[in-house]
Design a protein around this ligand. Structure first.
Ligand SMILES: Nc1ncnc2c1ncn2[C@@H]1O[C@H](COP(=O)(O)OP(=O)(O)OP(=O)(O)O)[C@@H](O)[C@H]1O
Length: 268
């Protein structure tokens, strides 16, 4: 698939700073016998204004990496930078503020509040932060995500795809530096999932958003500009301008490498 992405023009020194960067990132769960090295030295950068998918086998560390990049969990060692801010040096209060102001989240389970309308769900994070809603930006998001007719509906009156679009509008309304999406199409049928992915794609191409998405699905990953492959808590490769076929080939190559490593006794 050839993806039509025009990079944002460089506008000064900040343009060269990646949206997110991890250096020497380690995450160890448990101790002794039960120790699990979920991340084992991850170095990776995510360019601003790009859509990146993170893929890898179950247990390879995808969700752990996403949570650390988003400041939702702490690292055992190494650093995470959001732009020029080192997350791994912030205290809890600063981290909470940073998450509220500079990061957006889209989860598999939508996480909408059932008693509120779509519109109330979208504006809630800004209202909680005591910030004004930029109505022009709200309207742009509502149009882009085709939600105009649904704004007065409660989540139970919306389809799964509509609920996820509401969650995406909520994530984008604060104009976050990065949107982190963890299996955003995991609860959707393939047609609705494709619709949601197309909207994420548009948010990058037309609204200049930066998106980092964990997925199991090669077809979903093919919407991204780049796929980062994880294996055993490390970056094992990447694919630029992915297609479902090139992603599948990349994943198969990883599995092949894993079998070879196991046969050689090289796995921890
Ligand atoms: N809270 C935790 N306590 C202990 N081990 C954990 C914890 N969270 C994750 N792990 C372990 O860390 C490793 C990486 O988990 P992670 O959820 O990041 O993988 P994943 O690639 O997202 O997997 P999946 O595709 O199955 O969601 C796994 O071996 C997992 O069992």
């Amino acid at each position: 698939m050839s993806i039509d992405v025009t990079p944002a023009p460089a506008t000064g020194p900040a343009a060269a700073v990646p949206a997110v960067r991890a250096a020497g990132l380690h995450k160890v769960y448990g101790r002794g016998e039960t120790e699990v090295r979920a991340l084992d030295g991850v170095d990776v950068t995510f360019a601003s204004g790009a859509f990146t998918a993170i893929m890898g086998a179950s247990g390879s560390g995808k969700s752990t990496l996403l949570h650390l990049l988003a400041g939702l969990d702490s690292a055992t060692a190494g650093s995470v930078f959001l732009g020029e801010t080192e997350l791994t040096r912030l205290d809890d209060t600063a981290l909470t503020l940073l998450r509220r102001e500079r990061v957006g989240f889209v989860f598999q389970a939508f996480n909408l509040l059932p008693m509120f309308t779509a519109e109330q769900n979208i504006v809630l994070p800004l209202e909680l932060a005591g910030a004004d809603v930029d109505r022009a930006w709200f309207d742009t998001l509502v149009e882009t995500l085709a939600l105009r007719e649904r704004l007065t509906h409660r989540p139970s009156e919306l389809s799964g795809g509509q609920q996820q679009r509401v969650a995406i509008a909520r994530a984008l309304l604060t104009r976050p530096d990065v949107v982190f999406a963890d299996e955003p199409t995991g609860n959707l049928d393939s047609r609705t999932g494709a619709e949601v992915l197309a909207f994420l794609r548009r948010s990058v191409r037309e609204l200049g958003q930066t998106v980092v998405m964990v997925t199991h699905d090669p077809a979903a990953a093919a919407y991204a500009d780049r796929v980062v492959l994880l294996a055993d808590g490390r970056v094992a490769g990447e694919i630029t301008d992915p297609t479902p076929e090139s992603v599948l080939t990349g994943l198969e190559a990883l599995r092949g490498a894993d079998v070879v490593a196991q046969a050689a006794g090289g796995r921890h």
